[in-house]
Design a protein around this ligand. Structure first.
Ligand code: FAD
Length: 480
């Protein structure tokens, strides 16, 4: 076994061996590799992760450790400020290089730069590689050299740029450092909820880890991709890839996904392009975050600072619990709580309800999603919330207020989605499944529904709430 100093491979949001350029480069040096994951509660680019994602992280790290061991390596876990932990590891192992994959999240960039400079001065090389994104937000610019504000020109420029590079296979063997430092016990991080164990059902929907992510990609290509464009908006169908939580912690590379969807003769071009366009929405969100680091805190469009939000903890609570009296909103919020996920169409409906019907600040919704989504993402979450709010780049206009009843009737016509998450109204006929408040008394009785008792009355009247939202928006238009 080599006695050469190790290269520290610092895993962050790239919990995979496949298409991991930092790992491949470290292996190619022929030197031992010390694989490390640091849980740093003080660094917003790494943690604190929300509760649901911590559950995911726990299982993902177990999976990564297993894969590393199978390749002859292992994983050291440490908790604490990353610069301190890395400093300790360098001191105790004599490592003279840190290899890491870039996070295109500008938070803490200065700290990272000064850390790299300080290490370089001590003879420790910090080498950064790409793999989180298909595009480089520093390099993809508009004709005038600026950043993009609208998706379509971004997509066009992305396509013109070049075909994303092919993914790199996982190394078969990763040389181990013979005397690795002690690792934390993962259980001591308490990432899993206990009292109560609200993540009880997560395992029914999810298997975290790289092998499951690659399998899911294959299943998607062989199945739902074929009808992606037509079916992706219907929450009762299994029509999308469900890859977002795997992408969020980097268990799968976007390059692997991109190239797996190349040259598929049996898939229509429309479905393929549509899927790729969605994948590139993720790129666009990171592009926005890179150029507007306050995406989760400030209105991207400062005109909306004039909007007056309501502080309404009672209604916010009803929204989080799926007790608004609007079945499609409630189904989505309960899916989120039970499975750590919500269908994209329903995210838009539930988000619009919070912002426009309840006039509650989009930032409160963003925070709730951040804590409860297994795919919570530093770019996609705030960018999409701002899109729904109308405050963001290329956003849905504020005056576009989703009608939760009509949206439900359009995208969950037979009520299958609502019935699976709101069982107390499951016996209502299709005609009233999205509007129990319009059902005649005998229909409610027959279905065993007692409004206000077994299922709530609507917490707001949508038509009135819509008018109120548009009234509040007037202040923005006037430039108050
Ligand atoms: C209010 C709101 C909050 C959201 N928060 C998040 C979040 O925290 N994390 C997250 O990954 N997505 C978020 N989204 C986007 C979207 O809902 C999810 O990416 C999608 O539901 C994931 O399902 P999928 O993997 O089956 O997607 P697919 O339809 O299979 O799409 C493939 C991939 O493309 C990307 N993608 C698709 N749609 C979007 C989109 N609108 N924006 C950015 N990327 C997209 C995702 O990485 C996704 O995995 C949010 C959307 C809304 C409306």
């Amino acid at each position: 076994m080599s006695t050469a100093p190790p290269i520290i491979l610092w895993f962050r949001k790239d919990l995979r061996l496949d298409d991991n350029l930092a790992l491949t480069a470290a292996v190619e040096t022929g030197r031992p590799v010390l694989s490390v994951y640091i849980l740093d509660d003080s660094d917003p680019t790494i943690a604190p992760l929300g509760g649901a994602q911590l559950w995911w992280l726990h299982h993902s790290l177990l999976s990564l450790k297993k894969s590393l061991r199978a390749a002859g390596n292992d994983l050291v876990l440490r908790r604490g400020p990353w610069e301190k932990v890395l400093g300790e590891l360098i001191a105790s192992t004599g490592a003279d290089a840190i290899y890491v994959n870039r996070l295109h999240d500008p938070a803490g960039l200065e700290k990272k730069r000064s850390f790299a400079d300080a290490q370089a001065a001590r003879g420790v090389k910090v080498a950064a590689f790409d793999g989180q994104l298909l595009h480089d937000p520093r390099r993809l610019t508009t004709g005038s050299g600026g950043s993009f504000r609208v998706y379509t020109p971004f997509w066009n420029a992305f396509q013109r740029q070049h075909e994303p590079r092919p993914p790199v296979d996982a190394p078969a063997k990763i040389q181990k450092f013979p005397s690795p430092p002690e690792s934390d016990d993962l259980d001591s991080w308490n990432c899993l909820p206990t009292k109560p164990n609200w993540a009880l059902h997560f395992k029914e929907s999810w298997t975290p880890g790289e092998p499951a992510a690659l399998e899911k990609l294959q299943e998607f290509i062989e199945g739902p991709l074929d009808t992606y464009k037509t079916d992706r908006d219907f929450p009762a169908k299994t029509a999308t890839s469900c890859l977002s939580p795997h992408l969020a912690l980097g268990e799968i590379s976007p390059f692997r996904i991109w190239h797996a969807t190349r040259g598929l003769d049996d898939i229509s071009r429309e479905d393929l392009i549509h899927f790729r366009k969605e994948l590139v929405w993720r790129e666009f969100c990171y592009h926005l975050l890179f150029h507007f680091p306050d995406l989760a805190e400030k209105n991207w469009n400062a005109r909306f600072d004039a909007l007056t939000w309501k502080k309404d903890s009672k209604r916010f609570h009803a929204w989080t619990r799926g007790m608004t009296g609007y079945p499609i909103v409630d189904a989505g919020m309960r899916q989120l709580w039970r499975d750590g996920i919500m269908h994209n169409r329903v995210r838009m409906i539930a988000g619009s309800f919070l912002i426009k019907d309840l006039l509650i600040d989009w930032r409160e919704g963003e925070r709730w999603f951040r804590d409860t989504l297994v795919d919570a993402d530093a770019a996609s979450n705030p960018a999409n919330w701002q899109w729904v709010a109308g405050t963001g780049a290329d956003a849905s206009p504020f005056f576009r207020v989703f009608n939760p009843v009509l949206q439900g009737e359009k995208f969950d016509k037979s009520g299958d989605y609502v019935r699976s998450f709101v069982p107390e109204i499951a016996r209502l006929p299709d005609k009233f499944i999205h509007r129990p408040f319009d059902a005649p008394a005998d229909v409610l009785r027959k279905a065993g529904v007692e409004l206000g008792k077994t299922y709530p009355h609507p917490i707001v009247n949508h038509a009135e709430a819509r008018d109120r939202a548009l009234g509040a928006y007037d202040a923005v238009k006037r430039g108050d």
